[in-house]
Ligand binder design. Structure first.
Ligand code: DC
Length: 217
């Protein structure tokens, strides 16, 4: 069973999804880390992130393991390496290719096939797990999202905003797995809200829907 948390970069998905998973005793899945790993492998191979065939082959062959708090390619822990600005920019580009998306969606579905999960991304509720009994679409104002990212990475706020607009446009405009609101999603605007309040709201909905004991079912 999967609780899906989708939304644009900087909406607070990772923090909220991680805390929610801990609160409910579910396992946390960061699907963005998977696209980031494909981007890192692409850059390391000297391949072009815009080349669909090259990147699809890399995505299919990648020896990726993902666990809460640890992402690895082969034996190497890449949890930090996938967070650089270069990888962030390349991840946005590699994730538009349909072959890459199919490869990642297949792996995500295999992972969440058993157990209870809080999975975050862009297309969890629409594509990966359309049967999810609780889909949350987290949003926040563009300025607040850029401010959060800049506080986290130390990058210049104006540069973050410009790069974020670019990535938002690609996330929303791509043909496959675009960021869109699932018809049955609960929309939550996190602007000005603290994490605890957002987690409490989602946990309350999970309880109302009888999902809060999902970890043992
Ligand atoms: O959430 P994030 O910033 O770590 O995601 C990194 C990139 O991966 C981002 O450009 C969007 C893409 N992504 C995606 O296309 N589909 C997902 N389910 C998750 C992330």
């Amino acid at each position: 069973m999967v609780i899906a948390i989708d939304g644009p970069a900087g909406a607070g998905k990772s923090t909220v999804a991680r805390a929610l998973a801990e609160r409910l005793g579910f396992t946390y899945l960061d699907s963005g880390a998977m696209y980031r790993s494909v981007a890192l492998a692409t850059l390391r191979a000297g391949a072009d992130p815009d080349d669909p065939d090259a990147v699809t082959a890399i995505a299919r062959d990648l020896d990726l393991s993902i666990a809460p708090g640890r992402v690895a390619i082969g034996p190497e822990d890449v949890s930090t390496a996938i967070r650089t600005p270069d990888v962030t920019a390349a991840a946005s580009r590699v994730s538009v290719h349909p072959g890459v998306r199919t490869a990642m969606v297949d792996r995500q579905r295999t992972l969440v096939a058993t157990g209870a999960w809080v999975a975050e991304g862009r297309d969890i509720g629409t594509v990966v797990c359309p049967e999810s009994p609780l889909k949350v679409h987290l949003t926040a104002s563009e300025d607040e999202r850029a401010r959060r990212r800049s506080a986290e990475t130390g990058e210049d706020p104006e540069a973050v905003l410009a790069a974020q607009r670019d990535r938002d446009a690609r996330d929303r405009g791509r043909e496959h797995g675009a960021l869109e609101l699932a018809a049955d999603a609960v929309e939550l605007d996190t602007t000005g809200l603290d994490v605890a309040a957002v987690v409490e709201r989602i946990a309350a909905i999970a309880r109302e829907r009888g999902l809060a004991d999902g970890a043992s079912s």
